[in-house]
Design a protein around this ligand. Structure first.
Ligand code: HEC
Ligand code: HEC
Length: 266
């Protein structure tokens, strides 16, 4: 307790104040809550929830629809389209709920963005897409959309175990000028107000997400960079091993919550 007070005092000194507010809770969040786990949806404003509830209102579908077209268009010198090998994109149902996975060839974890680029470079002889490009965001969202409503189901046994440990260490490591860990905000203070935001549990099940602040879709790694910057810590690169391991940890932490991609958040 003494420890936490000291941290908060430091944070307030730098202009970061958590404010505990008694919110009236609906109490029953349906599929968006599993045990103690709550999707970011349950912390969002009703207008934001409404945008996510209606695919026609959800601006993320602009990029998802473009990716659905891309799915059948050959690219690269092998003259192949995704559809030539995978058939209907619906065949990828369940895949988005289970990544990152350990890849034998890489000897480390691979997330969906990287899996798509691996197919592009190895199976299509096409250029990889830039991490936060519209093309890769849209295709990642399209793949994960096939698992929408399915429970997150990320494995951490076998060869994934050491990478999970690294991700866990990152999650609890205090960092930056504010000396806060992911857990300091998303476990110790979830439900409280931090500046314009109500702190959620920081669950990854809706990514890529359409963020009103960005006026665009963004990756989980972009969001994490933002969280690193909030504590004035140096962010890592999108697609870095550090973030993929962290993604493994937080995705497993979200196991049981439904895939919500593409979510809408402020
Ligand atoms: C200073 C407090 C703070 C810290 C530390 C922090 N975050 Fe966040 N994070 C936020 C805020 C504020 C938001 C936006 C509101 C929300 O969803 O909590 C957010 C949002 C998120 C989201 C999006 C949740 C959703 O439903 O869309 C994820 C994922 C996330 N954070 C992960 C992390 C990870 C991983 C770390 C550690 C590297 C971290 N955060 C550290 C404040 C923090
Ligand atoms: C030439 C055939 C080929 C093409 C073209 C291709 N893939 Fe693949 N893809 C594969 C194979 C083979 C695997 C399985 C690899 C493995 O498990 O080692 C795979 C695996 C995947 C997976 C992971 C599936 C799982 O069960 O884990 C995803 C996601 C994926 N591809 C997406 C795409 C996308 C998106 C495109 C188009 C940009 C694409 N692929 C193009 C052959 C292809």
């Amino acid at each position: 307790m003494r420890h936490r007070t000291a941290v908060l005092a430091g944070a307030v000194g730098l202009g970061l104040g958590f404010v505990g507010i008694a919110f009236t809770e609906a109490g029953d969040w349906g599929d968006y809550q599993v045990g103690d786990k709550r999707s970011g949806y349950t912390y969002a404003q009703p207008e934001t929830q409404a945008m996510q509830d209606d695919d026609f209102e959800n601006p993320a579908f602009l990029l998802v629809d473009l990716a659905a077209e891309q799915w059948t268009i050959p690219d690269g010198t092998a003259g192949k389209a995704c559809a030539d090998c995978h058939g209907d994109v619906e065949n990828l149902a369940g895949v988005g709920a289970s990544y990152p996975v350990y890849d034998e060839g890489w000897g480390k974890m691979m997330n969906i963005e990287q899996r798509i680029n691996e197919c592009r470079t190895e199976n299509m002889q096409a250029e990889p897409l830039k991490y936060d490009s519209k093309g890769l965001l849209g295709m990642t969202a399209l793949v994960k959309l096939q698992s929408r409503g399915m429970p997150m189901n990320v494995a951490i046994d076998g060869p994934a175990a050491p990478f999970y440990e690294k991700g866990k260490e990152f999650y609890f490591q205090r960092r930056g000028q504010l000396d806060l860990a992911c857990a300091s905000c998303h476990e110790d203070h979830s439900g409280e107000q931090l500046r314009a935001n109500r702190l959620s549990q920081g669950q990854p099940n809706g990514f890529p997400t359409y963020r009103l602040k960005w006026q665009n879709m963004g990756s989980l790694h972009r969001r994490i960079k933002g969280c690193n910057r909030q504590v004035r810590a140096e962010p890592y690169k999108s697609g870095s091993d550090e973030y993929v391991n962290l993604e493994l940890f937080i995705s497993h932490r979200a196991n049981g919550l439904p895939v919500e991609t593409p979510s809408v958040r402020n």
